[in-house]
Structures are given as C-alpha cells and as structure tokens.
Ligand binder design. Structure first.
Ligand code: HEC
Length: 165
C-alpha cells in the first residue's frame, strides 16, 4: 500500500508480468473454446494415475491425433510443447518435448494427462482437455463442453503412443 502524500512509486515490473500472463491466459482460453461439439462427458475410472480404458470403448486414430496436436485451434499443444514435427516452425518452450512420450508413459497415463492434467499436478499450466468444471474464463456457451471430444482424446492418445524413443 502507498501512503498518502508519498511519491508515486513506479509501476513494478511484476505487475506487467502478471498483466501479460492474464492476457495470455485469456487468449489461450479463447483459442481453446470454440471447439468441442459434445454436450456431456463420458464417465471414466482413474486407476493409479491412469485411465486404463478408452473413453469411447474404441481405439483412436493416430493420424487424426497428429493433426489435432498440430492444429493451433484444436489441441494447440505446440503453444507449449515441442515434438518430432519438422514441418512446424514455431513450437512452444514451456513444456517437455513430446518425442518419446509413448515410451515414458502408458496409454492410460497419457489419457489421464490429457483428460485432466491439473489432477496430476495442481500447478500445471496444461489445460484439462476433457473437463467442464473450473473453466471460469470461457463464455457461458462453452462451459458445458470439454475442449476436445472423447473421440479426439482417443485420437491424440493413439498418436502419442506411437512416439517411441
Ligand atoms: C499451456 C501449455 C500446455 C499445453 C497447451 C499443452 N501442454 Fe502438455 N504439458 C505442459 C506442461 C507444463 C507439462 C509438464 C508437466 C506438468 O506441468 O504437469 C506437460 C506435460 C505433458 C505430457 C507429459 C510429458 C512428458 O513426457 O513428461 C504430455 C504427453 C503432454 N503434456 C501432452 C500434451 C498434448 C498432447 C497437448 C495438446 C492436446 C498438450 N500437452 C498441451 C503444458 C502444456
């Protein structure tokens, strides 16, 4: 707090950083909204840090999953991640490289990470892709919809599983 009559303090750089982060978050959530077309979530069971069963009961399509990962509006994974995508010039620097993710993690671990990353790490910046609560920044039209559909989650899981070292 600033005392009355004292010299006005200069704006702290941290305030700028916070404002920037909020703007970025809003931008990100705007990017993350206009996407899923599924009204309700399929139930799933978490077993020891993983969701072992497919959300749809079927295996996903790795080629479609790759397209979702690269799509700047759909998965937008490359806002944060790098990966084995030589055709992509701009890749993120905020998260681990996705190369080898299929060797490091089981399919079920990858599925839980995508569905609800904050459940594994409450401080993560990775958004929950298959959750509808807690998305307070999105417009009311989108609050009932996950970022990705169950089918899209399965496609991305199938693709990540192919990323072996
Ligand atoms: C806003 C940033 C951000 C976005 C967008 C994002 N992630 Fe992440 N992701 C992270 C961070 C940070 C981690 C590191 C672990 C943590 O924070 O919990 C991570 C971890 C992971 C991991 C585990 C990496 C490892 O091997 O240790 C995988 C797999 C992953 N993300 C996949 C994805 C996919 C697929 C997408 C897109 C559908 C995506 N992420 C979108 C930030 C992001």
């Amino acid at each position: 707090m600033q005392k009355l009559g004292s010299a006005p303090s200069r704006r702290k750089p941290s305030a700028d950083r916070i404002a920037g982060a909020v703007a970025a978050a809003l931008l990100v959530s705007a990017d993350f909204t206009a996407i899923a077309d599924e009204g309700s979530l399929r139930p799933y069971t978490i077993v020891r840090g993983s969701i072992p069963a497919s959300l749809t009961g079927a295996a996903g399509d790795p080629a479609r999953g790759r397209a979702i990962v690269l799509d700047r509006r759909l998965g937008a994974c490359l806002l944060c991640h790098t990966g084995p995508f030589p055709e992509e010039r701009f890749q993120g620097t905020l998260a681990p490289d996705l190369s080898g993710a299929g060797s490091r993690w089981s399919e079920g671990q990858l599925r839980l990470r995508l569905v609800d990353a904050p459940r594994l790490n409450p401080d993560t910046i990775m958004p929950p892709y298959y959750r509808v609560d807690g998305l307070t920044r999105v417009g009311s039209v989108w609050r009932e919809k996950p970022i990705l559909t169950a089918e899209q989650i399965e496609d991305v899981v199938a693709f990540l599983s192919t990323l072996r070292d």
